[in-house]
Write a protein that binds this ligand. Structure first.
Ligand SMILES: Nc1ncnc2c1ncn2[C@@H]1O[C@H](COP(=O)(O)OP(=O)(O)OP(=O)(O)O)[C@@H](O)[C@H]1O
Ligand SMILES: [Mg+2]
Length: 189
């Protein structure tokens, strides 16, 4: 599993990792859109709401049809499979300042921008994944200022047991507070 806040680089990293490992890459955002696995529209956020039951069933079907390793990419990836079927869950973390720039390039604005930045600052994806899979399967990777190739190398090192999985490697809240920039980032949206 590859999870993390929108814009951290899940899809870019998963694509590269899949080509390196000759694994199958399942991009949940793409799958949901292509196969219309939705249950409605979130009008406030102007996005489609994924139907988790349909997504989960479809992902389990796809997995059964392949022999290869599977990389599931999406910020709710840990909710589409039972924890026992998850080998490892990587949470990509990106410094909020850098992430804000990526989000702005992707035209995230107002509520969508601040809500997603708050999620990164408050470790939302990390805790969702820990709750679903347990801390033992979690690997946090700080992708800040790293190339996609560099991030993939770190993931491969973990898979080859040359590097230990760790959780609790970043503290965006503490960093922003120390820099006196917390109010600037945790806006009332
Ligand atoms: N390490 C990196 N260095 C430079 N650019 C990157 C890096 N990782 C991702 N990018 C770029 O940042 C943008 C967002 O990346 P990507 O689409 O992979 O994010 P994501 O986590 O899959 O987002 P979403 O949750 O919206 O699907 C893309 O334009 C991608 O090419
Ligand atoms: Mg993506």
């Amino acid at each position: 599993m590859i999870t993390g806040t929108p814009g951290v680089g899940k899809t870019a990293v998963s694509q590269f990792l899949a080509s390196k490992l000759k694994a199958i890459h399942i991009d949940l955002t793409k799958l949901v859109k292509q196969e219309k696995l939705t249950s409605g529209v979130d009008k406030t956020r102007k996005t489609l709401i994924a139907d988790m039951k349909k997504v989960s069933e479809r992902v389990q079907d796809i997995i059964k049809s392949y022999e290869q390793d599977i990389i599931i990419d999406g910020h709710y990836s840990m909710n589409v499979l039972p924890a026992k079927n998850v080998y490892l869950a990587f949470v990509l973390r990106r410094d909020p300042e850098e992430l804000k720039k990526t989000m702005e390039t992707r035209e995230f604005k107002n509520r969508k921008l601040w809500e997603n930045l708050a999620a990164e600052i408050l470790d939302v994806c990390l805790w969702d994944a820990v709750r679903a899979c347990g801390a033992d399967k979690m690997c946090e990777i700080n992708v800040t200022s790293k190339t996609i190739e560099g991030v993939v190398e770190e993931i491969v090192a973990v898979l080859e047991e040359k590097r230990k999985c760790r959780v609790g490697i970043v503290d965006w809240l503490g960093k922003l507070e120390k820099d006196g920039r917390l109010n600037e980032f945790l806006k009332d949206f």
